[in-house]
Design a protein around this ligand. Structure first.
Ligand code: ATR
Length: 277
């Protein structure tokens, strides 16, 4: 039987198997979905042996969205633009990378924000593969200002420099005064880091702690487990709109499943598999 699956580490929190098993069942496909919890050094052998092991494709999550690129033969335009991949497909003997995160992120933005992005100040925490996709989506939608804040400043700077656009700036996470003034005027704040992830190293961490926010701020946390992260609790405390990463997860999965199987799985089929209350 052909296999698809998810590459990442850790994978204890992942809901992708539930989502894709429901889609496979919905279409009656002869396909299994596996979890591939791999170290960076194991990626090479995984991709070398993928075809032999009946792997036809899969999705990629933290921390490998950039690490996988060197093992691909072909790159979809989305990967070329963003510099990270969250899906791969084996086409004959060649591995092609795709990015559907930017589609998933855009679809998860509430309409009142999406339709007014040209007047919206955005702050993006993190500078990994997910942040790159989020910045690309915001850039394509003409967000007024995008400030990328990261612990390792050089990575934030690298993303903002790529756009050579004055609307996109970068800050170091521990530059308290600069971060303070960015957050004070931010209308949309996105957490793409693993801070606050239940299975991560800092489940109680919150990058917004001690900062003042606008009372009509919208916060999107790409973390979806727990459903209400410390970041989102903080947004709610300021009276803002708090959105977790579930919808983005499903929308990126929908687009990836379509790439691999050519089937359009309804959103509700995937969502009901998560048994959310
Ligand atoms: P993804 O592919 O999901 O973007 P990633 O590439 O591993 O995952 O990126 C994780 C991001 O979370 C990085 O920006 C990382 O900051 P560094 O670039 O400084 O490593 C950020 N991150 C992870 N743990 C963090 C922490 N404890 N505090 C602040 N940022 C953190």
């Amino acid at each position: 039987m052909n296999k698809i699956g998810i590459i990442g580490n850790p994978l204890s929190h992942t809901l992708s198997p539930n989502i894709h098993d429901s889609a496979i069942k919905h279409f009656g496909l002869d396909l299994s979905f596996e979890k591939w919890e791999l170290e960076k050094k194991e990626l090479k052998s995984f991709f070398l042996n993928a075809k032999k092991n009946n792997v036809v494709g899969g999705c990629i999550t933290v921390p490998h969205k950039e690490n996988v690129l060197e093992y691909f033969d072909l790159y979809d335009d989305s990967v070329k633009r963003i510099g990270a991949a969250n899906w791969f497909k084996i086409e004959n003997d060649r591995i092609r990378g795709f990015n559907t995160d930017y589609i998933g992120f855009e679809k998860s933005i509430p309409e009142n924000i999406l339709n007014n992005l040209s007047e919206i100040n955005c702050v993006v925490f993190g500078s990994g593969g997910s942040a790159k996709a989020v910045v690309e989506a915001l850039f394509l939608k003409n967000a007024q200002n995008i400030c990328i804040i990261n612990r390792t400043f050089s990575k934030a700077e690298e993303i903002s420099n790529k756009y050579s656009n004055s609307r996109i700036s970068s800050q170091k996470l521990d530059s308290i005064d600069s971060v303070k003034s960015e957050l004070k005027t931010a209308d949309l704040i996105i957490n793409t880091t693993s801070v606050g992830m239940g299975s991560g190293p800092q489940p109680d961490g919150n990058l917004l702690k001690n900062y003042e926010l606008k009372n009509n701020v919208t916060g999107i946390d790409l973390v979806y487990s727990p459903k209400k992260t410390p970041f989102l609790k903080n947004i709610s405390e300021f009276g803002g709109q708090a959105i977790n990463g579930i919808d983005m997860l499903i929308y990126q999965a929908q687009a990836g499943f379509k790439i691999l199987t050519d089937n359009n799985c309804p959103f509700e089929i995937m969502k009901s598999a998560l048994k959310l209350d």
